[in-house]
Design a protein around this ligand. Structure first.
Ligand SMILES: [Zn+2]
Length: 242
């Protein structure tokens, strides 16, 4: 059953986000659509530590109740505003992951920063990143959810939230978590390279575009990635599937 598989994969993503230190304990949020129209989605319960997440605990919600409070459903209010408005406005973006993972967030805090085509991993994100440079406080106003959704225009599946964090969208949990993983890796490299103070050798748009296409064409990359992550959890902390 798709719902069961999605629950297990999403729980695995939470567990690994904790292992990789992409999380903030009980804060930050991942969601995954389970209905064909993308309007019903699973999301983490308010107050649960990422390292303890279980498949059965993920909360099933629906964008038809968008005007109600996240509290009514056991969902963090800022998570509700962000994910309900994005799922409603971007039904093709079936999985959404929002974190304040340190290296990508550090870059999001640099004035006028644009993600650099600095290495092979960075090229995965060529021409896919949108930027919000107008942080307006915590995500508690529905208009903020609408504003952020409007920034995810055609072809953009990563959002750098200035002075805040990042958001990644994808079709499946495995694609989304793999993208999150590579985004933080590429961001860490950029922070390290910037810290040297030396001039950076950036790739051309042409080479970045070719390399992105090569990444996109690589068969079953995210499926293999996720299968191995879940295999490790099966051996070390199998209660994530409960
Ligand atoms: Zn946040």
């Amino acid at each position: 059953m798709a719902n069961k598989r999605t629950r297990r994969e999403l729980a695995a993503a939470f567990r690994w986000a904790a292992r990789l230190n992409y999380h903030e304990a009980v804060a930050n949020h991942f969601s995954a659509a389970v209905s064909d129209d993308g309007q019903q989605f699973l999301i983490n319960p308010r107050g649960r530590h990422f390292s303890k997440m279980r498949a059965s605990e993920l909360i099933l919600v629906d964008t038809s109740t968008i005007k109600e409070s996240g509290f009514d459903y056991g969902v963090d209010p800022t998570a509700w505003i962000l994910h309900s408005h994005l799922h409603r406005n971007l039904p093709h973006a079936r999985v959404l992951m929002h974190t304040h993972m340190p290296h990508a967030t550090a870059l999001a805090c640099l004035k006028d920063f644009e993600f650099m085509m600095l290495d092979q991993n960075a090229c995965r994100f060529y021409d896919r990143i949108a930027y919000d440079r107008n942080y307006m406080g915590m995500l508690l106003d529905p208009s903020e959810g609408e504003r952020l959704a409007s920034l995810m225009t055609e072809g953009k599946d990563v959002l750098f939230l200035g002075n805040h964090g990042i958001l990644v969208a994808a079709n499946t949990v495995s694609e989304c978590f793999e993208k999150l993983y590579y985004l933080e890796h590429a961001s860490k490299l950029q922070v390290l390279a910037l810290s040297t103070g030396r001039e950076l050798h950036l790739l051309s748009d042409e080479i970045a575009a070719i390399t992105r296409q090569q990444w996109d064409d690589y068969p079953e990359a995210s499926e293999m990635f996720m299968a191995e992550l879940m295999d490790i959890l099966d051996r070390e902390s199998a209660d994530y599937i409960k």
